[in-house]
Design a protein around this ligand. Structure first.
Ligand code: PMP
Length: 326
């Protein structure tokens, strides 16, 4: 390398701002089959994904257990990622099995005991128009140390929420079953409005006016000991934590119904909570400044939190085979 090139490269590296927490510049990232250092994990500004949102992704957690790090519901997350890719007609150049292995390898390469993983399948540099077919399907896996998604102590104490003025996407507009970056334009509007008005999270209704989900979480209500959550036809992401919680509740003999929930049910619920991989199980303390129940975390929410986190952390028997050791 001549002196001039090396100067330019040094300056370019210096110009890059230090990554803000939770990122660290010593993180290693898997990109299309190779583990590369943080600075090399870049893509071109003309990548199709940047202009047209042509990207699908996952959010996965790896927990610290007594037997070492373990990824929660690895197979289901890989399956949903490949389903999302299929819905958007993207064919990753890697098999689901190899992709799952790559996720394990990325956690190992970074030496994490516990972390959040973000696998992405996206359209890279190819053509300029909307038609995505001419742009290559690329893959990446990033992992980092991520605390409580809805804020410190949200899991213990709960969060205040509002019903969003933004509606979740209508059927046959964006496919809610896919976890696609483009859908998070809607999520961002819900979140921005909620935060601007002093709430931690917004709850969106579907186009019929029934409760759908949070900007990044599924929602559950409890009344008279019965747990209810909107069905998959209410424009919700088929959440993997949602499925875990339904299974754990039924294992405990708690009745769980997947049915349409009118908005007003939010104001008369005994308990309410969000579920999500990043979020985990977070109590909802209030909706539109109306306290949920007595405003304290309810017993069913607490029990389901204990069971979910207990299994994830390897403290409770993993009866359903949800953990994959790293
Ligand atoms: N809904 C939305 C819009 C989400 O972004 C998420 C987070 N992935 C969820 C629900 C919860 O899904 P999961 O439990 O699979 O993380």
């Amino acid at each position: 390398m001549d002196e001039l090139t090396s100067d330019i490269e040094d300056t370019a590296v210096q110009r890059q701002p230090a990554p803000a927490p939770p990122f660290r510049s010593d993180l290693k990232i898997w990109m299309d089959g190779e583990i590369v250092p943080w600075e090399q994990a870049t893509i071109h500004v003309m990548s199709h994904a940047l202009h047209y949102g042509s990207s699908v992704f996952e959010g996965v957690r790896c927990y610290h257990t007594r037997k070492g790090p373990a990824i929660l519901r690895l197979e289901e997350h890989v399956e949903r990622l490949f389903d999302s890719a299929r819905i958007y007609q993207m064919e990753p150049k890697v098999t689901p099995r190899d992709f799952a292995q790559a996720m394990i390898d990325t956690v190992r390469a970074n030496g994490f005991k516990a972390c959040y993983l973000r696998p992405v399948v996206y359209r890279g540099l190819g053509t300029a128009g909307v038609n995505p077919s001419g742009s290559p399907v690329c893959t990446a896996i990033v992992c980092w140390d991520w605390g409580q998604y809805l804020g410190d102590h949200s899991v213990e104490s709960g969060v205040d929420t509002c019903v969003s003025s933004w509606t979740r996407m209508a059927p046959n507009t964006f496919p809610a079953m896919a976890k696609a970056a483009a859908h998070y334009a809607n999520s961002q509007l819900i979140k921005l409005e909620a935060v601007r008005n002093g709430f931690t999270e917004g709850i969106a209704l579907d186009t019929r006016g029934y409760v759908s989900e949070g900007s990044g979480e599924n929602i559950f209500l409890v009344r008279h000991g019965v747990v209810r959550t909107p069905p998959l036809t209410a424009s919700v992401l088929p959440g993997i934590t949602r499925e875990c919680v339904i299974t754990l509740a039924r294992d405990e003999g708690i009745q769980v119904l997947e049915e349409d929930i009118p908005r007003e049910a939010l104001y008369v619920a005994d308990e309410a909570f969000f579920t999500g991989t990043a979020t985990e199980v977070v109590p909802i303390r209030s909706v539109d400044r109306v306290a949920v129940g007595d405003g304290k975390v309810g017993p069913i929410t607490r029990r389901l939190q204990e069971l979910y986190l207990g299994v994830a952390r390897g403290e409770i028997e993993d009866r359903h085979g949800w953990l994959t050791p790293v």
